[in-house]
Design a protein around this ligand. Structure first.
Ligand SMILES: Cc1ncc(COP(=O)(O)O)c(C=O)c1O
Length: 387
């Protein structure tokens, strides 16, 4: 019913496709790096945007009742979190919201923890704020898990805020309720703000269940959840996100900080796209998740059969596949550049953590045809490492 083909984005100044052009040195390159999908957004969103554009007036626009209700209903139905309307604070971007949280709830000398490997911009958000970055590396003994003992030592050492990535980019984990509960208890014991970035929350592979940190709002008052339709619906260029804060005092402080920097709601078109996504696109999201699952199965089998040296992570959520290539004993930079010379751009492992040299992150949200061509080129490159 729905099609998930790769769109030609060459005329759109796509950051994902145009960004690497100067580095690659050939025109037929394929990009599997930046986390946006190559799919056309849901037809319902395209239609709503066309109608909104046809209206012709694009003045200052409120996040109206319909918008807030759509976010509330989506969270209730898809994330199983019961949210009251005033808890929802619309914002233009997830990263902007996280910067505002740092500004609102931490002081200049405070420490903020992240769990590596993690979305590389988390490093920047903390460092650019001037706060001290503390790393709690994920434990990768038997699949990735949170290292609570080390995290507790970080908390004892004065961490004030933790950025949780849920589901976790780049390792693809969908955190289980028990894992989150333990984390919440630890944050509560040490009075640490728990900021849960749930931008990938709708990209859950069949067989896994997403649990929002918002499930624990009643257990701990210092939880802030931020989610967005941007990854799920390929509308990151429109800028829409929503922060969910159940504690009135936190909400007041966050809103005051946003006001200080004149951070408003998503723009007029973003509001239309987000509301439509959450009101009308359940079936489209399920179909997309099925397509991503099929791409994952294809990639996993491909690596099992052709690249036995590689360790492919168990993809539970997101469309970002984390692959360990350390068995080749080649520097990560050489792998990254070698793949590029074969016309493939991937995410280089060490961007996500110093311990990740020799890993790559591969975005699977593309057509099957593009994926197959990418895998064929990878295979040709990996063969050169064996000789
Ligand atoms: C975990 C995570 N958070 C945030 C972002 C960026 O969000 P935004 O563009 O809304 O700031 C990304 C984009 O890749 C991401 O993967």
């Amino acid at each position: 019913m729905y099609k998930f083909d790769t769109l030609d984005r060459s005329q759109t100044n796509s950051a994902k496709w145009e960004g690497p052009r100067h580095k690659v040195g050939r025109d037929d390159y394929l990009v599997f790096s930046v986390a946006d999908s190559d799919y056309e957004t849901a037809p319902e969103i395209k239609k709503a945007l066309k109608e909104r554009v046809d209206h012709g007036a694009f003045g200052y626009t409120l996040a109206g009742d319909g918008y807030i209700e759509a976010v509330q209903t989506w969270m209730e139905n898809r994330h199983h979190v019961s949210v009251k309307k005033p808890w929802i604070v619309p914002a233009p971007k997830v990263l902007t919201s996280m910067s505002m949280m740092i500004e609102a709830f931490t002081g200049a000398d405070d420490k903020i923890a992240i769990q590596t490997p993690v979305y590389h911009v988390f490093f920047d958000v903390v460092k650019l704020s001037g706060r001290k970055l503390v790393e709690n590396p994920l434990d990768d003994e038997n699949g990735y898990a949170m290292d609570y003992a080390h995290l507790e030592r970080c908390f004892q050492d004065g961490v004030k805020m933790l950025f949780l990535c849920s589901p976790h980019n780049p390792v693809g984990r969908v955190w289980k309720k028990e894992e989150l509960q333990k984390l919440v208890e630890l944050c509560k014991a040490y009075d640490v703000y728990l900021v849960s970035d749930e931008i990938h929350a709708d990209l859950i592979l069949p067989g896994h269940t997403f649990v929002s940190a918002g499930t624990f709002f009643e257990d701990y008052e210092n939880i802030l959840v931020v989610n967005a339709p941007s990854k799920t619906f390929n509308i990151a260029g429109l800028h829409a996100a929503n922060v969910v804060v159940s504690t009135p005092a936190l909400r007041r402080t966050l809103k005051a900080t946003m006001r200080k920097f004149f951070i408003g709601t998503p723009n007029a078109l973003a509001l239309t796209a987000c509301q439509t996504a959450y009101e009308q696109c359940d079936a489209w999201v399920d179909a997309q998740n099925e397509h991503i699952r099929a791409n994952y199965e294809l990639t996993k089998s491909f690596f099992e059969e052709n690249v036995p040296e590689a360790k492919v992570s168990d993809l539970q959520g997101t469309y970002l596949l984390w692959i360990d290539l350390r068995a080749f004993n080649v520097k990560g930079k050489d792998i990254y550049e070698g793949l590029m010379a074969h016309g493939i751009v991937v995410g280089e492992g060490k961007r996500y953590g110093v311990q990740c040299d020799g890993f790559i992150r591969v975005n699977l949200a593309c057509s099957k045809a593009q994926l197959l061509e990418g895998l064929r080129r990878m295979d040709t490159y990996f063969e050169t490492l064996r000789t």
